[in-house]
Design a protein around this ligand. Structure first.
Ligand code: PNS
Length: 163
């Protein structure tokens, strides 16, 4: 059975993330979406809130699980009995960091491969960071995130013009 881990901050999950999850779910037997607990980014949503937001959006995909992980990705991947990491790549600007991370993970464990997937072109400008900024300034993010995530953003950051 082919298992892949799709790790990330997902703070919050965007439609670009969901697009990658849907694509991966068609290619692999089991997709584990792994929400990172210990990144240094002072997230807006707790790891468990992020997990719930993703779960709500993938409930119809029977081969997708959502989990929270702490520590090194490479250790988590091993725990999942898996050797493939999926990362979404939107533009050349993503490449440098992704390349560095993929090669560092390979250095830590030669057996783990990183596969890059492109979300739909219309999501190539989308990022969690910009979604938070727009929502925080009262902009409409309803085409960028799920309805549940939009509501969760409004609850955290205040009223949005998408209401
Ligand atoms: O969505 P992001 O913020 O780009 O995801 C980055 C993430 C969470 C995948 C990366 O920071 C990570 O793997 N963190 C776990 C700690 C780790 O393994 N660090 C070494 C990476 S080479």
């Amino acid at each position: 059975m082919s298992t892949v881990v799709y790790p990330g901050s997902f703070d919050p999950p965007t439609n670009g993330h969901l697009d990658v999850i849907q694509r991966a779910s068609k290619l692999f037997d089991r997709v584990v979406v792994a929400v990172a607990q210990n990144n240094n980014k002072s997230p807006l949503f707790s790891p468990f809130e992020r997990k719930e937001l993703i779960e709500e959006s993938v409930s119809e995909l029977n081969n997708v699980e959502v989990d929270v992980f702490e520590g090194l990705l490479i250790d988590y991947v091993k725990k999942q009995n898996c050797n493939i990491v999926i990362r979404g790549i939107r533009a050349v600007s993503d490449f440098e960091f992704e390349f560095q991370m993929a090669l560092m993970n390979r250095k830590l464990n030669e057996k783990v491969e990183t596969l890059f997937m492109m979300p739909r072109a219309s999501y190539s400008f989308l990022s969690s960071h910009l979604v938070k900024e727009i929502a925080g300034l009262g902009g409409d993010v309803s085409t960028f995130v799920s309805q549940t995530t939009r509501k969760a953003l409004v609850k955290k950051l205040g009223r949005s013009s998408g209401d």
